[in-house]
Design a protein around this ligand. Structure first.
Ligand code: ZN
Length: 363
C-alpha cells in the first residue's frame, strides 16, 4: 500500500491495487465519496530474470506542488494534477532489479526523488538511488493578465491567452459570444440615431468588458409631405409657410423623392423658386405618388413667385369679380391672414408694395 497524499480537506491521492494481469494498479483521486482514476499502471513486477511476476502494484507516491510522482517497475512518472497528464522522467536498466517505491523531498534546488530498486518485493539486493527533478513551476504557473487575442462578437466567439511569467507556458481559452444568455450584462452607452452610430457595452464577470457598434438607424422614409417637409403648414390640399423666393430643397430632410410641377401638372420646376399654385408631389421608390400638396405663397395671387403689382391687380379684379380667383390663388389672397378676402387685403397689399406695411406673413 502506497502513502495516501492529502492535499485539501476531503481530497487525497493514492495508488489503488488493480490485482490483475492487465492492471497492476491505478493512480486515484478521492474527493469525498467520489473516486476518480487518473492513470493506470499496467506494467508487471516480474521475478528477476523470469516471466513470472509478483501480484500487486509496488509504486510509491509523493507530491511536490502540483506534481505527483509514482513509479512503474522501470520508470519514474511525473503526473501533473493541473492538466492530468503524465510524463516519464526516468527509465532504469532493470538488470539489477525493479523499482519498489520512491520518496519525494522538495528542496530549494529542486525536487529530490529517492527511489529503491530490489530484485523482489521482500526488498532483496536493495539499492537506493536519487536524482533531482526540476519541472517548470511546480507550485503552479505564475500567469500574467489575460489578453484578448480575438474580440468576441454577437455572432462569434473570441479568444484570450495568458503566459506564465516564470516558465513561459501559455494557455488560451474561448471567450463566449456576446449575448446575455452567455452571462453578459448589456447596456447602451451611446444610442444610435439616424445621424450617428451608437455604442453598446457588454460586461462579463469573468471575461471583462467589450464594446460593439450599434449601427445608425435607417432614415425614416416619409409617406406624407407633412413628414417629408419641415417648418410648413398643411391645410386642406394646400401648404404654406415658405419664405418668399425659397426652393423646395430648403425644406426637404434627407433623401426623398420629391418633385414640383407647375399648376398644369406637367412642367417640372423642382429647382425654381416656389410660386402659388405649384404642385408638390412625394413619390415612393417605385415612383408611385404618395402625397400631393399645392403651394400657397401669401400675397402671390398671380402665381409668379413674387409679390408685386401683378398681385395687387389680380386682387383688385377679384374683388370686382372679373374674374374671381379660385384655389391656391384665392388662399394666397388672404394677405392680412384673417381668413376672409376683402378690401382690407387689397389695402394691406398696396401698403406693403408702397413699403409702408412690413413683410407679409407666410404663416
Ligand atoms: Zn510556469
Amino acid at each position: 500500500m502506497s502513502p495516501v497524499i492529502f492535499v485539501d480537506e476531503g481530497v487525497c491521492y493514492y495508488i489503488k491495487q488493480g490485482g490483475s494481469e492487465a492492471l497492476s494498479g491505478s493512480l486515484v483521486k478521492r474527493e469525498g465519496e467520489t473516486e476518480t482514476v487518473l492513470a493506470n499502471i499496467t506494467e508487471l513486477w516480474y521475478v528477476q530474470n523470469s516471466t513470472a511476476y509478483y501480484e500487486g502494484c509496488f509504486s510509491g507516491l509523493g507530491l511536490n506542488g502540483r506534481f505527483l510522482y509514482l513509479n512503474t517497475p522501470d520508470k519514474i512518472i511525473r503526473f501533473d494534477t493541473s492538466t492530468n497528464t503524465s510524463e516519464t522522467i526516468l527509465t532504469i536498466d532493470t538488470s539489477n532489479g525493479y523499482i519498489y517505491g520512491l520518496k519525494v523531498s522538495p528542496s530549494d534546488d529542486g525536487c529530490i526523488i529517492t527511489y529503491l530498486t530490489a530484485t523482489d518485493p521482500m526488498i532483496s539486493n536493495a539499492a537506493i538511488h536519487s536524482f533531482t527533478d526540476n519541472p517548470d513551476c511546480p507550485d503552479g504557473h505564475n500567469y500574467g493578465e489575460w489578453e484578448v487575442t480575438i474580440q468576441p462578437k454577437e455572432d462569434s466567439e473570441g479568444e484570450r491567452g495568458r503566459t506564465c511569467k516564470d516558465c513561459g507556458n501559455t494557455e488560451t481559452e474561448v471567450i463566449p459570444s456576446l449575448s446575455t444568455e452567455n452571462g453578459y450584462v448589456y447596456t447602451v452607452e451611446i444610442p444610435a440615431t439616424t445621424q450617428i452610430a451608437g455604442q453598446a457595452k457588454w460586461v462579463h464577470p469573468e471575461y471583462g468588458t467589450f464594446y460593439t457598434v450599434i449601427p445608425k438607424l435607417p432614415e425614416p422614409s416619409a409617406t406624407t409631405l407633412n413628414e417629408a417637409l419641415t417648418d410648413l403648414s398643411f391645410f386642406d390640399e394646400y401648404v404654406k409657410g415658405f419664405d418668399l423666393g425659397s426652393k423646395i430643397a430648403d425644406y426637404i430632410e434627407g433623401d426623398l423623392n420629391i418633385a414640383v410641377y407647375k399648376a398644369d401638372g406637367t412642367t417640372v420646376v423642382t429647382d425654381d423658386k416656389l410660386a402659388t399654385g405649384y404642385i408638390i408631389k412625394l413619390f415612393d421608390d417605385e415612383n408611385n405618388v404618395l402625397d400631393t400638396a399645392t403651394v400657397v405663397i401669401v400675397g402671390d395671387t398671380s402665381g409668379d413667385g413674387s409679390i408685386n403689382a401683378m398681385d395687387y391687380i389680380a386682387l383688385r379684379l377679384h374683388l370686382l369679380d372679373i374674374p374671381p380667383m379660385t384655389g391656391a390663388k384665392l388662399k394666397a389672397a388672404d394677405v392680412d391672414g384673417n381668413n376672409s378676402i376683402n378690401k382690407f387685403d387689397y389695402i394691406y397689399l398696396r401698403l406693403y408694395l408702397l413699403g409702408i406695411n412690413p413683410a407679409i406673413s407666410q404663416n
